[in-house]
Design a protein around this ligand. Structure first.
Ligand code: SF4
Length: 702
């Protein structure tokens, strides 16, 4: 809405998966201001430091890509070209590789920050028309273990809870997550709830003492990689104490006897020793959960970013299942989403192993349904390359051309030196981004300038299945175009039908129709409704449907026999093993005021003040052994690479463990601060999510 001097619009924050509501004002001089929307169902007027400073990110256009650039060969520099030349070249190169080497010789690597419509177009283009499943996203690096955890236990990738369960729960288990820094507004709601209801119990599982421990009744500071042992030990105590829901187990779940047999293989004393925590704390955690009227478990990267990420998910979700704490107010297993639209991307099937609207890529009938809908003969049946596999395939020459949209793999992928090498060796790389400061731009043969937040319209889905509409409020700088427009121009140049959408809503409505009859049916939604109501939680199967707050209230699950599956985990290994050469376990993560690889938050001086430089957290005892003082320069190294940073001595980290923030790239000097020089690309066998949280390293004085 607008008056003579000011345009105002309501939108959603473009950083994390919380999905806070923002009111934007643009005055006649173009100055952008923003504040939290008071009656927003997610954020209730609140915004964290990152969201509150988004206006500076949009207004500072000094780093923006404003015209297409292309190099005529690998030995030529990037040169300015017009859009027609850029799209002609992209189409000519893709056609040549597809004709010569087949459709699997090309791929798209996209982002959980893409809007749903963008995800939809890339997915349709790649799977429906190019004929390959080689479309994956950086959501593979954060959510894919949770996706498979839900699929295997509940029958589908479906977050069962609503945020309002936070104000109803009386016991929280926060495992492998630091929401105080990474999902701040949700954490603020937990804090407020605890302040009003001091008897509420909060249990935190993390090898570090983080700000999320500040309201915790119990912090289980486990040894990295021992989550399954700990969660199963809690399960064992719950069974021993009779604090399980036999009615739920007998009538609504399978697998309890096998689970019981597995958890009883390890004594609580042994589990305590393996996890390096007191036995009494395991029993206390089980007591809190056993006494809960409404038990909400929450987790994110600490469990997901593991070579046993799916099993970690099973072990956690099992606690909700054996206690019957699901499908009722205040209860359920709640996967905290890292990115703002990781869920929207999954809804359209925008990953190498998924199909539209949660259909199963391995099911020929499901593939036929989608093919018929898109008017193509068939859909490819071979699963596509997942994130790390794409860069391996570039390195080996199997993949010839990669189109990278809205992500910076040179900093964010594990084993980043290998990723750099692969990008250098690639025959053709397209980078579609808003900023030339993305470290990946230097590897591009073709650079396409994209519109950013507020400069394009579309939708996103947050962690509680809430779909929001994001309006275009300002123009993109220079010749930058919305990602949808770039993709449609390319598809038309390739000669594909079905990409003549007149409006962005038309793309959305096509996606909505493809969900009809599925468990994520949103055929009752359109932009008018989203604009009027602000946001709605799926499923929304008809026009008058109010949206769905909570799933599984009828205790009927999406599995073939309609029962939840309590699953055993078996024995899994870490990708890395500590050794005498590399005796410390490196774990990586976010800091409060930065986002991903800092191409946006790094522009805001207020945010850079919180923590200005990359650092290594190390326990004083580990530092002493290496003669390292607080603030001294150190090299962190292993066989994959090294990182030079300053040491921060703190007893908030467990002895034997070190921590690096994941945001910094190769700035200031070679290898300075890029944590992913050290991480391992080994991945979980089911989810294909890499194990960022466990790398064997050594630290030396520099
Ligand atoms: Fe944005 Fe997440 Fe902060 Fe909310 S909590 S303002 S969505 S970054």
């Amino acid at each position: 809405f607008s008056n003579k001097n000011t345009i105002k619009a309501n939108t959603t924050c473009s950083y994390c998966g919380v999905g806070c509501g923002i009111e934007v004002s643009v005055d006649k001089k173009g100055k952008i201001e923003l504040e939290g929307i008071e009656d927003h169902p997610v954020s209730r007027g609140m915004l964290c430091s990152k969201g509150r400073n988004l206006n500076y990110v949009v207004q500072d256009q000094s780093d923006r890509l404003t015209y297409p650039q292309m190099r005529w060969s690998k030995s030529h520099p990037l040169q300015r070209v017009d859009w027609d030349t850029a799209i002609d070249r992209a189409a000519a190169v893709f056609k040549t590789f597809i004709e010569k080497h087949g459709p699997d010789s090309v791929g798209f690597y996209i982002s959980g920050q893409c809007l749903t419509e963008e995800y939809y177009l890339v997915n349709k283009l790649t799977k429906g028309f190019i004929g390959t499943n080689n479309v994956d996203t950086n959501s593979r690096l954060c959510m894919s273990s949770a996706v498979m955890g839900y699929v295997k236990t509940l029958g589908e990738d479906s977050v069962p809870i609503a945020y309002e369960d936070i104000e109803i729960a009386d016991t929280f288990l926060i495992a492998g997550a630091n929401p105080a820094w990474c999902h701040p507004i949700l954490y603020r709601r937990i804090e407020q709830h605890k302040e009003k209801n001091p008897d509420t119990k909060i249990i935190v599982i993390d090898p570090r003492v983080t700000d999320s421990c500040s309201h915790a009744d119990l912090h289980l500071q486990l040894r990295p990689g021992t989550d399954i042992t700990l969660l199963q030990a809690i399960g064992r105590v719950l069974i021993e104490n009779g604090n399980i829901d036999l009615n739920f187990i007998q009538n609504h779940a399978d697998g309890f006897e096998s689970y019981k047999e597995e958890v009883f293989q390890t004594s609580i004393a042994d589990a305590a020793q393996i996890c390096a925590i007191p036995e009494t704390d395991i029993r206390l955690a089980a007591q809190y959960i056993g006494n809960a009227k409404a038990f909400l478990s929450m987790w994110t990267m600490g469990l997901n970013q593991s070579t046993q990420g799916v099993n970690n998910n099973f072990a956690l979700i099992n606690l909700n299942l054996i206690t019957g704490q699901i499908g009722k107010p205040g209860a359920g297993p709640f996967s905290l989403t890292g990115q703002p639209n990781a869920m929207g991307g999954r809804e359209v099937g925008g990953m190498a192993t998924l199909l539209a609207a949660h259909r199963n890529q391995a099911n020929p009938e499901h593939r036929d349904e989608v093919a018929k809908f898109w008017g193509v003969d068939s859909m490819p049946d071979k699963p596509g390359l997942t994130a790390t596999q794409m860069f391996d395939a570039l390195d080996s020459g199997e993949l010839k051309a990669l189109w990278i949209i809205c992500t910076n793999p040179s900093v964010s992928m594990p084993d980043a030196n290998l990723v750099d090498r692969a990008l250098k060796k690639a025959k053709f790389v397209i980078v579609q981004d808003i900023s030339y400061k993305s470290d990946t731009v230097k590897y591009a043969d073709l650079v396409l300038p994209a519109a950013g937040w507020l400069e394009k319209e579309g939708t996103m889905t947050n962690s509680e299945r809430r779909i929001s509409y994001l309006p275009k409020v300002v123009d993109a700088p220079g010749e930058a175009l919305p990602d949808n427009e770039i993709l449609m121009r390319f598809a038309r140049k390739m000669g594909y039908h079905g990409f003549d959408f007149e409006t962005i809503q038309d793309i959305y409505l096509e996606h909505c129709q493809l969900t009809k009859g599925t468990n994520i049916d949103i055929s009752g939604l359109n932009y008018d409704r989203l604009k009027k109501e602000g946001s709605v939680q799926w499923p929304v199967p008809s026009e008058g449907h109010p949206g769905t707050k909570r799933l599984f209230e009828d205790k009927v699950f999406y599995t073939p026999n309609k029962k939840a599956q309590i699953l055993t985990t078996g024995i899994s290994n870490q990708g890395d093993m500590i050794s005498t050469d590399f005796p410390l376990i490196l774990t990586t993560g976010r800091i409060r005021d930065q986002w991903h690889t800092m191409t946006r938050t790094g522009k805001v001086s207020k945010l850079n003040k919180h923590i200005a430089k990359p650092y290594l957290e190390i326990h004083p005892a580990d530092a002493k052994k290496r003669d390292i003082a607080d603030g001294s320069p150190v090299i962190v190294k292993n066989e994959r690479g090294e990182v030079k940073v300053t040491a921060t001595l703190t007893d908030k980290i467990k002895q034997g463990v070190v921590f690096l923030p994941m945001h910094w790239g190769k700035i200031l000097e070679s290898n300075f601060g890029r944590a992913n020089n050290l991480t391992n690309k080994a991945f979980d066998p089911i989810s294909k999510q890499p194990g960022f949280k466990y790398s064997a390293v050594e630290v030396e004085k520099f």
